[in-house]
Design a protein around this ligand. Structure first.
Ligand code: SF4
Length: 375
């Protein structure tokens, strides 16, 4: 916890006394707690600061999820998406990456923790039983970091065992931390994938302010792999700068020094992209960042990206380097067009359903091989 400086906790009166609330407060030490009657009050209070987004990253809001916990990833227009399911258990994140899309996406700048986890379990059960023949991939790492506050919330200690016997559900924890201490003795049944977003140390240092170093993340991945967890890797966002080739090659070398490639269930690649509203926020909050110095162009989904030729070159290079180490890796592109898939791999899924089906195939073969390895 030392990594993130919490200045205040807002507590929604309606969840005072909830066991998860109590646990968080017992870990909070001297951090001042303010009882509120509504979530909007937290937004109002943070709105009075000069940098509400930055201040929100030092503020926890403990409340109840009144909407749906589980929602399909919205994806983006004219791109192939993988039909991932997002679990809204924690929204927002203390790591404060310069490129983080959440800075302009969330209405409420506080890091919001929803403590009515029993309702989440009921909703996941309902989702899984709605289509028993489909394998659902669900994760908490889209609207925040899955593990940044795990030491406080202990969410992993109930989520991971919950998924351990699910026939058609795979749970993913996605992180830029090394906060895995709660995971190491859990009964996971191989059904939780622990994933790391990776980038060269230079990018970590310059753009991912409170994240663990690459070396720390990979050491945490090694510990999880030793405990039998499938590992995921996300080369996302890939950042283009003069030494990118050398630096990403270095990342890949370090990955395979630490992790057995056979235990990596999936690898995603995604170039830096952002909606127009993010540009002034990055300029304002991160004046020293070089991330916007590159040439970035709007695509037909409205998002800015590097030129297609640059993205294709980066993806091809990384795919080639990864496959040099482990030819059987399952590698996919996040939010890219069929044209880019074809240029990188020589083929493309025809639509989102086809990519989802490829994931299902991958998951089945990954587990069949792990079972064989364990017999
Ligand atoms: S770790 Fe992810 S969610 Fe957190 S600030 Fe960085 S990009 Fe945003």
């Amino acid at each position: 916890m030392a990594r993130y400086e919490l200045k205040r906790i807002f507590l929604d009166r309606g969840v005072a006394g909830n066991p998860v609330t109590e646990r968080i407060l017992s870990k909070a030490g001297e951090i001042p707690v303010t009882m509120l009657n509504s979530v909007q009050e937290a937004t109002r209070r943070l709105g009075s600061f000069e940098d509400p987004i930055g201040e929100g990253k030092h503020s926890l809001l403990i409340t109840r999820q009144k909407g749906e916990f589980v929602k399909p990833c919205p994806g983006t227009h004219h791109r192939i998406c993988c039909r991932y399911q997002i679990i809204n258990l924690i929204t927002n994140c203390p790591i404060d990456c310069s490129y983080c899309i959440l800075q302009g996406y969330l209405n409420n700048p506080a890091i919001t923790i929803y403590v009515n986890i029993d309702e989440l379990f009921a909703q996941v059960e309902e989702k899984l039983s709605s289509n028993p023949s489909r394998i659902f991939r669900l994760g908490t790492g889209e609207l925040g970091d899955s593990l940044a506050f795990d030491e406080m919330t202990h969410f992993s200690t109930t989520m991971v065992p919950f998924f351990s016997d699910k026939e058609n559900g795979i749970f993913e924890l996605k992180t830029k931390t090394d906060e895995v201490s709660n995971l190491l003795d859990l009964d996971h049944g191989g059904k939780t994938v622990v994933s790391w977003s990776v980038n060269p140390e230079k990018v970590v240092k310059e753009e991912e302010l409170s994240a663990s170093t690459l070396a720390e993340r990979l050491e945490a991945a090694r510990k999880c792999q030793q405990k039998g967890y499938p590992i995921g890797l996300h080369f996302d966002p890939l950042i283009h700068y003069p030494e990118w080739k050398r630096d990403y090659r270095g990342v890949i070398e370090k990955v395979f020094e630490r992790i057995d490639g056979k235990g990596i269930i999936w690898v995603s690649l995604g170039g830096f992209r952002f909606p127009p509203y993010l540009k002034p926020i990055i300029r304002n909050r991160f004046p020293a960042s070089k991330i916007l110095c590159a040439e970035l162009f709007p695509g037909n989904d409205g998002k800015f990206r590097y030129l297609k030729s640059i993205r294709v070159e980066m993806y091809r290079e990384i795919v080639r380097r990864l496959r040099d180490y482990e030819p059987s890796l399952f590698i996919y592109l996040c939010m890219e067009s069929q044209e880019v898939w074809e240029k990188v791999f020589g083929w493309s899924p025809k639509d989102n359903e086809a990519l989802d089906a490829l994931f299902a195939q991958r998951i089945r073969s990954f587990y069949a091989k792990s079972q064989l390895a364990n017999t």
